[in-house]
Design a protein around this ligand. Structure first.
Ligand code: ZN
Length: 448
């Protein structure tokens, strides 16, 4: 029912350049509200109303579908340059579009590391060439993620990639003086430091959440305090220098309490939670299947409950995937030797549907806020995250909440298959995605 009706209303005779597509999305529930028609023309939402007529437009029957603003991911590992065996900008952005995204922030832990204007511009250009979503590179905070010397933050900010988010993700900026300097430095261009909060000494050799499950399995523990100590320290530093801190992949109930306290004090702190930390718990490691190995680790049911409530009340600002593709050989090893990380772009919205919407914690307007508006604002990303209103850029996702199919990583566009949701019956499916009015996904498939 969502097939575009091309029978009598074809695309422009020029074959469909970026600005020539014209779509009439008919009868979509706009962020969960009443059905409306949306006319996408010249890259913007030209009109919203009922029974719209647009003779030149391709009609897409969207009855039963929810229209959301294009999703924005603050935390994606695209792996290129250097680890094209795991993912490329092309495959990763196809996966993003299939997940309903129109923009992603590409993490800096590539080979070479994205710590110079040259590398971030390379990643940005690869994103432009692929054309599925806007790719905004994240710049490294320190040279080669080494934690010793600040990278060329200003040069990356001034580059064509216009970097605004800086992170050593994968590693913590553990040196407090370096962290303070980074926070101070990026104020000049309204940047933000996104911290992977992991006290390194407390987590040497850590394999799984420190607690009952790790003890039983004989795996070295990753204590909640190692995350919470860094978040507390960084909130104090951000307050001291009045700069913007973003906390990556918050995973514990204690971290939520610290962030809530800091926000109440007026600290410029924002935070993200991953889909997997909203749904999965550490007891899944019971059979030592490394698909469940991730950093920070899966935590307890009490942590999951606290993270959901924090996302609902806004203490945690947004959902970020931490999409971390790995080739089979890196994940199908014994637990201790396996790589950390999970894919997530193609399942994020479905997981949020299950964890937050089906539980009544968020409505679709809330989902739009946590998965589009807020991450775009935190990333200082113009042209994304805007409400679906006339004149806004036509970045639109159409989601079918009634669909329900088991997750099958073999069908994913990502080059990697390490989804922890494999075989799980998640609700919903992304039917279509539009980037500035151009369809990148139709009928649940990429358009090219
Ligand atoms: Zn991380």
């Amino acid at each position: 029912m969502t097939s575009p009706d091309n029978s009598d209303k074809r695309r422009g005779a020029d074959g469909g350049s970026a600005m020539s597509e014209e779509w009439l999305i008919a009868g979509a529930s706009v962020v969960g509200g009443a059905p409306r028609d949306l006319l996408l023309k010249d890259g913007v939402i030209a009109e919203i109303g009922e029974n719209l007529a647009a003779p030149g437009a391709t009609v897409l029957d969207a009855r039963g579908l929810i229209a959301l603003p294009g999703l924005v991911d603050l935390h994606t590992h695209l792996r290129e340059p250097g680890r094209e065996d795991a993912e490329t900008v092309e495959t990763g952005t196809r996966a993003a579009a299939l997940g309903g995204y129109t923009a992603v922030h590409a993490m800096a832990n590539t080979e070479p590391v994205a710590d110079t204007a040259g590398v971030v511009e390379q990643v940005w250009r690869l994103g432009e060439q692929a054309g599925y979503v806007d790719v905004r590179p994240v710049g490294a905070v320190t040279v080669n993620l080494g934690g010793k010397q600040l990278a060329e933050l200003g040069a990356m900010a001034d580059s064509a990639a216009r970097v605004r988010v800086f992170s050593d993700d994968g590693f913590c900026v553990a040196d407090p003086l370096l962290m303070r300097r980074a926070l101070e430095y990026v104020k000049a261009f309204d940047g933000v430091i996104a911290q992977h909060a992991q006290e390194p000494r407390l987590t040497e050799g850590a394999q799984l959440n420190e607690g009952e499950v790790a003890s039983r399995l004989g795996l070295a523990g990753w204590p909640a305090a190692a995350e919470e100590a860094i978040i507390a320290r960084d909130c104090l530093l951000a307050a001291h220098v009045d700069a913007a801190l973003h906390v990556c992949h918050v995973s514990t109930a204690g971290s939520v309490e610290i962030i809530r306290w800091a926000k109440a004090k007026g600290v410029q702190v924002t935070a993200e939670v991953t889909p997997h930390h909203l749904l999965l718990t550490d007891d899944l490691a019971e059979h030592y299947d490394p698909v469940f190995k991730v950093n920070p680790p899966l935590r307890t049911k009490a942590d999951v409950d606290a993270l959901r409530l924090a996302l609902a009340d806004g203490t945690i600002d947004c959902v970020a995937t931490d999409h971390a593709p790995h080739p089979v050989e890196a994940k199908e090893a014994e637990w201790a030797a396996a790589a950390n990380g999970m894919t997530g772009l193609e399942t994020a919205l479905r997981v949020v549907h299950k964890a937050m919407v089906e539980t009544g914690l968020l409505d679709w307007a809330g989902v739009a806020d946590r998965m589009s508006a807020r991450p775009a604002a935190i990333g200082r990303l113009p042209g994304h995250g805007q409400p679906l209103t006339e004149g806004a850029p036509a970045n639109v996702t159409l989601y079918d909440p009634a669909a329900a199919t088991p997750v099958d990583p073999a069908t994913h566009a990502s080059k990697s298959r390490n989804s922890p949701f494999a075989g799980m019956a998640l609700p919903g499916q992304v039917r279509a995605t539009f980037l500035r009015g151009t369809a990148t996904v139709l009928d649940g498939k990429v358009t090219r």
